[in-house]
Write a protein that binds this ligand. Structure first.
Ligand SMILES: [Zn+2]
Length: 322
């Protein structure tokens, strides 16, 4: 890591999260970590900040992405075609916008949401989940990394898989001093949404993103992290207390859902409508992801059980659970 510098670029996004951070690792070569959102405004902002360091986009040797969400990959469409793009294998089907995968995605969620108690008429009207993809890219990974790998050309940076916010989510840990490039895994002011995704090839069950996220949070305790440079906002310095805070908040949210289920058994969609009485129509995927996350959590700790009644899941509080 001698002579290695890290620079942060802050670029705008059209999303409610606000700006997104991109990082440049300057060692023997130039590595870009994450690639903003596909808007002209983000591209100009990025280019300007790169110029201030004396570089052009064509100087970048490789791009590594923490996960596949549009605000972290969109500018791949603007970067020179020959630049290698590296990420987790689960990112590829998203950033390629693979039509076969998107058809599977559509079918999976149609069936799943019907089982969650969503009416078919409503399901047809819901805002198209693909709308945010216009800010994404159409580019394939040229290389993949997984748990325990080093970053190409940066052997002191290790890859840690942190599924939860996205199935493709990974973070990078510099073993020499405990610095982490954390994507959206740990953010100072917001808790990342555990987004529902269909199963990956060869997986029979859907992932349970909130349970994965909590496990990925606890996994951070295995590392001596001195600082996290994040995907949005400022650095996180005190990682352990942030993890405590996130897990406590999580228990509190689940408690609220459990109270609801103590009144009467409900389908996931009914829980969602009660939790997000106005937001659920506009932010259907997001609010259902949050709801399913709470239900998966309560089921995991044994506070609720689910039954399938007339092809719909119904969740019920377990007697005496608290
Ligand atoms: Zn993000």
């Amino acid at each position: 890591m001698e002579n290695e510098d890290i620079y942060r670029f802050v670029v705008p996004t059209p999303f409610s999260v606000g700006n997104v951070n991109m990082y440049l690792i300057k060692g023997d070569s130039l590595t870009l970590v994450d690639a903003g959102v596909k808007t002209e405004e983000a591209w100009q902002s990025f280019k300007k900040q790169l110029h201030e360091l004396g570089y052009e986009p064509s100087d970048i040797d490789q791009v590594i992405v923490t996960h596949h969400h549009p605000d972290h990959v969109g500018l791949l469409d603007y970067l020179p075609e020959g630049v290698p793009v590296i990420g987790h294998e689960k990112a590829d089907r998203w950033i390629r916008q693979d039509p076969v995968f998107f058809d599977e995605h559509q079918r999976f969620f149609e069936q799943f949401f019907l089982e969650c108690g969503v009416e078919r008429a409503f399901l047809e009207e819901i805002p198209n989940w693909r709308r945010s993809l216009r800010y994404s890219c159409r580019r394939s990974l040229s290389g993949t990394v997984k748990e325990g790998d080093s970053l190409p050309g940066l052997t002191h940076w290790k890859v840690i898989e942190t599924p939860g916010h996205a199935q493709s989510h990974i973070v990078f840990y510099r073993e020499t001093d405990g610095l982490m490039l954390g994507g959206d895994h740990l953010l100072l002011h917001i808790s990342p949404n555990p987004m529902l995704e269909p199963p990956f090839e060869g997986e029979a069950e859907r992932p349970k993103p909130l349970l994965q996220y909590n496990a990925s949070l606890l996994k951070m305790r295995n590392y001596e992290i001195t600082r996290v440079m994040t995907g949005h906002g400022e650095d996180v310095q005190d990682v352990n207390s942030l993890i405590e805070k996130r897990l406590a908040k999580q228990r509190e949210r689940a408690e609220h859902v459990l109270d609801m289920l103590k009144q009467e058994p409900l389908t996931p969609f009914q829980v969602c409508q009660r939790l997000f009485p106005t937001a659920y129509e506009q932010e259907f995927m997001l609010t259902m992801s949050e709801t399913i996350g709470q239900l998966d959590y309560l089921e995991d700790v044994g506070a609720v059980i689910k039954q399938k009644i007339q092809n719909q899941y119904v969740y019920e509080a377990v007697e005496g659970s608290h």
